[in-house]
Ligand binder design. Structure first.
Ligand code: NAP
Length: 303
């Protein structure tokens, strides 16, 4: 199937282009980006012109930041194209509800992707937690924003979610693996005095579940979820890629590349079967944190 990729920047280049190139399901037939392009692939710089010029490309994958994404998604769906959304699927919940309804009305697929759910050990963790008594869970998600988002000011602008941009990856795993849902009860958000979104956050949920997100972590990076069950500790480390049970371990490399081929395989399945997949539960936790969070002003941040 032919697919077009829109918003050619960091994640499109690092993950989407190689995942599509390696996929038996997809052919990258065009790009749509104001300035970015992929060597050897037909480049469009305007979404309207693309939709007019290439009615034969039925599927569009949108990789730009969440703030400008909605009008692109809306135009593609109205033109009866199937749409795949990078995470987070929008800058508000209402945007994604509107897209879900529109996809249904137009009879096309909408896939709100959560790449971290495709990390190697997530399905195994979910299977092990099924039916278990969950006594407590902790998320520790600490990384260096300067390393992972160099110069990307959009993360600190309204709609960019700040540290919840990586934090929502942890929440996408949590909402996938816990046998019963939890909800947020309180939060503290640390917002740099020269920015609009948090650089760090602490969250408390029902069921003794907590999370700490911090974007100021230099050196060792931590993407851990630890779950205390009736049968002992289950830890997902390295962003869901390593499962550690008690003292035992099932080793795996930390490697995002397996996540994106799985997303594209899933998209192919959804298009072929005429279904959509939109789960907003990770986003609900983020916006509950923005609603209940106590804001603390912290040191200015510049890249
Ligand atoms: P990025 O490199 O800053 O942006 C991607 C591209 O989007 C830009 O190169 C730009 O291409 C286009 N774009 C930016 N602002 C735009 C606007 N106002 N209107 C239209 N197009 C615009 O961002 P990214 O790191 O790839 O992240 C994009 C999405 O992927 C985010 O939702 C992020 O959460 C997700 N993601 C990122 C990572 C990561 O490691 N960075 C990992 C997983 C998921 P043109 O200038 O050519 O239009």
């Amino acid at each position: 199937m032919k697919i077009a990729l829109a918003g050619i920047g960091k994640i499109a280049t690092d993950q989407h282009v190689p995942a599509i190139a390696g996929s038996p399901d997809w052919e990258l037939a065009a790009t749509i980006s104001r300035s970015g392009s992929v060597e050897g692939v037909e480049a469009h710089h305007d979404i309207d012109a693309f939709l007019e010029a290439r009615p034969d490309i039925d599927v569009v994958s949108l990789c730009m930041p969440p703030q400008p994404r909605f009008p692109y998604a809306e135009k593609c769906l109205r033109a009866k194209r199937h749409v795949m959304l990078e995470k987070p699927p929008g800058q508000t919940l209402a945007e994604v509800h509107a897209l879900t309804a529109l996809a249904q009305e137009m009879g096309v697929t909408l896939f709100a992707t959560w790449h971290s759910r495709m990390a190697r050990a997530v399905a195994a963790a979910k299977a092990r937690l099924e039916g278990q008594e969950i006594r407590a869970a902790r998320i520790i998600w600490k990384e260096d924003v300067r390393h992972w988002h160099p110069g990307q000011d959009w993360v600190f602008e309204p709609g960019g979610m700040g540290v919840f941009d990586p934090g929502i990856n942890a929440l996408s795993i949590l909402t996938e693996i816990l046998p019963r849902p939890v909800h947020l009860t309180s939060a503290t958000l640390e917002v740099p005095e020269n920015r609009d979104t948090p650089i760090a956050a602490e969250l408390q949920f029902t069921g003794n579940v907590s999370a700490v997100f911090d974007w100021r972590q230099e050196g060792t990076q931590t993407w851990d979820i630890e779950v205390e069950t009736g049968e002992g500790l289950l830890a997902l480390r390295e962003g869901g890629n390593r499962l550690v049970l008690g003292s035992g371990e099932e080793p795996a490399e930390f490697d995002l590349t397996g996540e994106y081929p799985s997303l594209y395989a899933r998209m192919a399945e959804l298009v072929r079967s005429g279904r959509s997949d939109v789960d907003l539960s990770p986003m609900v936790h983020v916006f509950d944190a923005f609603s209940l969070g106590r804001r603390v002003s912290t040191a200015p941040f510049d890249f």
